[in-house]
Design a protein around this ligand. Structure first.
Ligand SMILES: Nc1ncnc2c1ncn2[C@@H]1O[C@H](COP(=O)(O)OP(=O)(O)O)[C@@H](O)[C@H]1O
Ligand SMILES: [Mg+2]
Length: 357
């Protein structure tokens, strides 16, 4: 639904060049909620602004709903008519809502419809429908200053939906909101995604946002996408930074000559008694150093840091057993002075085919 290839954005400010996007290949499928996460300055806002061509990419292409927007943009500074038409099919939600304080809620939602040239009666009817959709039918006559942050963002979302978009872009839409309001706004985005078949690309620096609504996610750093995939693909990727960030597990080895493993359970492996079977089959004592359990997209996900006695080379067979069970295994520590590869290298050695979907 949204594809970028080699997307690059270089800003020049006061003779200095800043590369905000450095060859970004992004692929967001139709009907999914896709989260882009990264620290401040990573290039997230630049990415989302290049997706609707509010910012002209320096190079690369952007395709939304089969239309090559970069080709529509033309050369001039002003957006072409075709680009403006394509943009009405892309809604945008902002962190600070960007509502007009002198206009009522109803009039704020009507604004994009005015620009689209809808008649007065149509605008009014459509705005009321949209306010109803976001749960604010009773606030049509209020002014933004009379609303809470969560209500303002609901107006922002209603306004973004005015052009009947196929795609909704959201730049830190919940960053100015408290946790409970954040949850209700995320639920609204999720409902709109399901009910309207809306594809949502959302930018956030909060892991909880990704965890609670996203089907897929990408991690950005220094203008590049470092990791990307569906949440279950990421969970099945050895050494995935996003997995470690989403489901952090801690715990230090209790002594030398111990093997420390991070085990990721997902899908049906989450409900099988794998650890007790391991212990019985190989007669090893297993210590649990840390664990995290959560539900993502209605599915149970667990990560556990476990410790086995002996070094990596003593545990090759039990580790193989765990991988055969379809669990994701990262070797965190192979024991001091071990002949096994050091941590950080090992996680990437997990055999292909051991990945459970
Ligand atoms: N209009 C601009 N002019 C110059 N530099 C910019 C501009 N917008 C963003 N940048 C720079 O580009 C980099 C990425 O910024 P941004 O896309 O806003 O990141 P994020 O949203 O992840 O915080 C930063 O180094 C930022 O200072
Ligand atoms: Mg930003």
């Amino acid at each position: 639904m949204i594809t970028t290839t080699g997307l690059t954005k270089v800003y020049s400010a006061r003779g200095r060049e800043v590369t905000a996007l450095d060859g970004v290949d992004l692929h967001v499928r139709e009907g999914e909620v896709f989260g882009v996460i990264g620290q401040s300055g990573a290039g997230k806002s630049s990415l989302i602004r290049c997706v609707n061509l509010l910012e002209r990419p320096t190079s690369g292409t952007v395709t939304v709903a089969g239309q090559d927007l970069t080709a529509l943009a033309g050369r001039g500074r002003r957006a072409s008519r075709d680009l403006r038409a394509a943009r009405t099919r892309i809604g945008m939600v902002f962190q600070h809502f960007n509502l007009l304080s002198s206009r009522t809620v109803q009039d704020n939602v009507e604004l994009p419809l005015e620009i689209l040239g809808a008649s007065g009666a149509d605008r009014s009817r459509r705005a009321r429908e949209l306010l109803d959709l976001v749960g604010l039918a009773d606030k049509a006559a209020a002014y933004p200053g009379q609303l809470s942050g969560g209500q303002k963002q609901r107006v922002g979302i209603a306004r973004a939906l005015a052009g009947d978009p196929k795609v909704l872009l959201s730049d830190e839409a919940t960053s100015a909101l408290d946790p409970e309001t954040t949850r209700s706004i995320l639920r609204l985005l999720r409902d709109l995604n399901r009910e309207l078949g809306l594809t949502v690309l959302l930018i956030t620096h909060e892991m909880d946002v990704v965890k609670s609504v996203c089907d897929s996610a990408a991690l950005m750093r220094k203008g590049k996408i470092i990791e990307s995939g569906t949440v279950s693909e990421l969970l099945a990727t050895p050494g995935s930074e996003l997995t470690q960030e989403l489901f952090p597990v801690g715990g230090e080895p209790s002594g030398p000559d111990r093997t420390v493993l991070d085990v990721t359970f997902h899908g049906e492996t989450a409900t099988r008694p794998v650890i007790s079977r391991l212990s019985r089959t190989y007669n090893v004592d297993i210590s649990i150093l840390g664990a995290a359990m959560d539900t993502v997209g209605g599915r149970q996900i667990g990560r556990m840091r476990i410790e086995l006695p002996g070094r990596y080379e003593d545990n090759v067979v039990p580790i193989g057993f765990l991988r055969e069970q379809g669990l994701g295994i990262d070797v965190v520590d192979g024991g001091s002075g071990t002949a096994g590869p050091p941590a950080g290298v090992l996680p990437r050695t997990r055999a292909a085919g051991a990945v459970a979907k």
